[in-house]
Design a protein around this ligand. Sequence first.
Ligand SMILES: *Cc1c(COP(=O)(O)O)cnc(C)c1O
Length: 461
Amino acid sequence: MRAAPPPLAGGAPGADALRPLLGAVLDALRAGAEERGGPLPAGGPEAVARRTAALGAVLPETGTGPDEALRTLVHALAAGAADPADPLCAAHLHTPPLALAAAADLAASALNPSMDSWDQAPAASALETGVTAALAAEVFPDAPRPDALVTTGGTESNQLALLLARERHTGEGPLRTVVGANAHHSFRRAAWLLGLPAPVVVPTPRGTLDPEALDAALTATPGPLLVAATAGTTDEGLVDPLPALADVCAAHRADLHADAAYGGPLLFSRTHRRLLDGLDRARTVTVDLHKLGWQPAAAGLLAVRDTADLAPLAHTADYLNADDDTDAGLPDLLGRSPRTTRRPDVLKAAVTLRALGRTGLGALVDTCMDLAQDLADRIEKTPALDLRARPALTTVLFRPHDADDTAVAAIRRTLLTDGRAVLGRARADGRLWLKATLLNPHATPGDLDQLITLVEGSAHR
Ligand SMILES: *Cc1c(COP(=O)(O)O)cnc(C)c1O
């Protein structure tokens, strides 16, 4: 006789099946974090790979059962995690997710709506419609019908921006993308994936895209043109001068895309939103909520000024959006992503927006902005360290005064291998810098001091 199949996550009985399993997961998360006792596991890649290999067979002939499997693997993942909830894990735009967003994501997994057709996601698709329209209206407050696509992140959003631009200019010759050297690497890949010429790269010696340099590049480049400006560069957290760049684009009839994957959520902050002035002059805007937005990945958006701008993505597959179904009033979702099966990533974001409100989210942004200024102050007061510049967003670049690039790289790897801190690296000014990306609103002044002490300590080993 066959054993009964394992319980399902959905339906009313699903909740009862999940409860004890969640207990096992939560116990293992706590025990794993306690065992790690720091921002990441000590010992480097070999030690972690050895411990993972020692977990036993990946596909045993007879299974170990849900409780053992969850406890073992969740414990191992937690003990071996680079955990952004630890304030000393501050390398990347790798956010510590809010507990409430992670809890909401559980419901998304349990119900498993798939966003490619209405008959797989009735309420989830209606929720997505409302949330994307509301978030797009934050980006484009004066646009008549702003809309946004939910994406896997800035990479996909930027690629879609190029795709929409390519389609807008069909028949006018190949679209040329013009980016600053400070722009995200995804533009290069997007152009390659879409069969477009490689982007024209404008040097950015001061870290941001200079309007005069852009003007010269656009003068020298035959159209059609798409300029990608950045609001929050990945390396330095700098914001390109959007209003001046928008003027240059208008003068050259070039389209403007703004990559605000990092900086976009400053829109929620009364104090800091003016840093994004001019964002609404872009044709398309990338925003990630899995950076300053505290969502578990993935939670990306591509905002457009008018829902009609998304028309090029329309696509029909008879089993998902047959014309007669659409004519009969079933919403056609397939044009809202180039993906087919798609998670309802909107749920966790919707829960977060509602639970915290604009004020709550803005306060989280402000806290991280203040932390970056605080860290910069402390670095300036540390004679052995050089600060690259006052932070514009939440990224702080610094390096020991007397270290060369090789020594800076070694400090980062030493801290990683010891499991004591996760710092990033960035090249600026022709030199290598340590990068702290502060996204953890629970970080304390003591944590910032500890980061400095750790760097000073490993500089002199
Ligand atoms: C993070 C980032 C991206 C890429 O976003 P993913 O979510 O990692 O795909 C693109 N642009 C900028 C400026 C970023 O900071």
